[in-house]
Write a protein of this length. Structure first.
Ligand SMILES: Nc1ncnc2c1ncn2[C@@H]1O[C@H](COP(=O)(O)OP(=O)(O)O)[C@@H](O)[C@H]1O
Ligand SMILES: Cc1ncc(C[n+]2csc(CCOP(=O)(O)OP(=O)(O)O)c2C)c(N)n1
Ligand SMILES: [Mg+2]
Length: 330
């Protein structure tokens, strides 16, 4: 059955059937608004939109992978404040010729990621249009003070939780047809499985956000546009220098060895400039024993007089990463 064979109410009923309600939901999908409890004096809110051809291709990813990706990207933003997600709303722009089963798979996978994070999916909107667009708004809360991008201080340890570079490598493997886009089986994907899986549906370490907050992280953000671009944003917000030690990125580089050989590419490029793995980048005071799953990748330095905040690798200043409106994406 195709979307054009259903009416809106029909589709929404199919979605609601597979979506989690969420523990903080008082009124879920079906009224003019959802009503969510927030006993804390303030709440977190963030939004991110995914567009077919720009963030994913229907030819490369299943509906379930696209749905999981849309949820993960938004859940990661809440986690990156040290928070937990209470409720998501999801608005869809759909074409009439989409398969309803495909769509329900997408919504179900979106709901499953929300469920795993303890969140409800409490509403949304449906509109017709030419390109598949998934626009998500997430609401959440943080126990204690939120962890901002602007709190990094000289002397802090720079740490990361989650992977770097896998999504960028997966994108290149698919773009260059080194991996057949119709293959979704990890066994068949072999050495490329992790990169392609994470490109299709990122696996951000959501629990790391609140863990970092409890261990007094000074600053945190998730990495969506690449370590260098997002690290540069943290550096500017905090007016510091992120000093990354390349030897501490060796495990990420090694994990991409097979992909790098197949693409004739330096794995370090993906690790530094590839986005969309959504790991948590955080800084911790120097005396802290880093909590699992964080690992150190560098230190925070002061900005020398006359210099600008930024990010350096082994002392060399870096710039670049993903930007929707520039041609220099690396
Ligand atoms: N259209 C907009 N109007 C106002 N603020 C925006 C708009 N687009 C992005 N922002 C804000 O700019 C900041 C950076 O956005 P973005 O790079 O998308 O962050 P993230 O990687 O966390 O999704 C965020 O605080 C976001 O809310
Ligand atoms: C088909 C395809 N081409 C290119 C990319 C690469 N790409 C698209 S968006 C993006 C960065 C993250 O997306 P953005 O919308 O900037 O998310 P945000 O920073 O707002 O979280 C990257 C690396 C992709 N994911 N899929
Ligand atoms: Mg965004």
């Amino acid at each position: 059955m195709k979307v054009r064979d259903c009416d809106e109410g029909d589709l929404i009923a199919r979605f609601v059937n597979v979506l989690p309600q969420g523990e903080r939901t008082i009124v879920g999908s079906g009224d003019d608004c959802a009503l969510i409890s927030c006993p804390e004096p303030s709440f977190l809110v963030t939004t991110d939109t995914l567009v077919g051809e720009s963030h994913f291709l229907k030819a490369w990813s299943t509906g379930a992978e696209i749905g999981a990706r849309a949820a993960a990207q938004n859940l990661a933003d809440i986690a990156a404040m040290g928070g937990r997600t209470s409720a998501l709303v999801v608005s869809l722009v759909l074409r009439g010729d989409y398969d309803v089963d495909w769509l329900v798979d997408m919504v179900q996978a979106f709901g499953q990621r929300a469920r795993e994070a303890g969140a409800g999916v409490v509403g949304g909107d449906l509109t017709g249009g030419e390109e598949l667009i998934i626009s998500v708004t997430a609401h959440g809360w943080v126990d204690g003070p939120p962890v901002l991008r602007s709190g990094a201080r000289p002397g802090d340890i720079v740490a990361i939780a989650g992977t770097l570079g896998r999504s960028g490598a997966g994108l290149e493997l698919l773009s260059r047809r080194i991996v057949d886009p119709s293959v979704h089986d990890d066994i068949l994907l072999g050495d490329f499985a992790e990169a392609v899986r994470i490109y299709r549906a990122p696996e951000p370490p959501l629990e790391a956000g609140p863990i970092a907050a409890r261990h007094n992280a000074h600053a945190m953000m998730d990495v969506s546009d690449g370590l260098v671009r997002d690290g540069g944003r943290m550096a500017r917000a905090s007016e510091v220098m992120l000093e990354i030690d390349s030897s501490l990125l060796a495990d990420d580089v090694e994990a991409l060895d097979a992909a790098a050989q197949a693409c004739g590419h330096h794995a370090m490029e993906w690790v530094l400039f590839g986005g969309e793995d959504h790991p948590m980048l955080a800084t911790f005071p120097p005396q802290v024993v880093l909590p699992s799953p964080f690992r150190a990748i560098g230190v925070i330095g002061a900005v020398s007089p006359g210099d600008q905040p930024g990010i350096r690798l082994d002392g060399q200043r870096l710039s670049g990463g993903f930007d929707h409106f520039r041609q220099d994406n690396s």
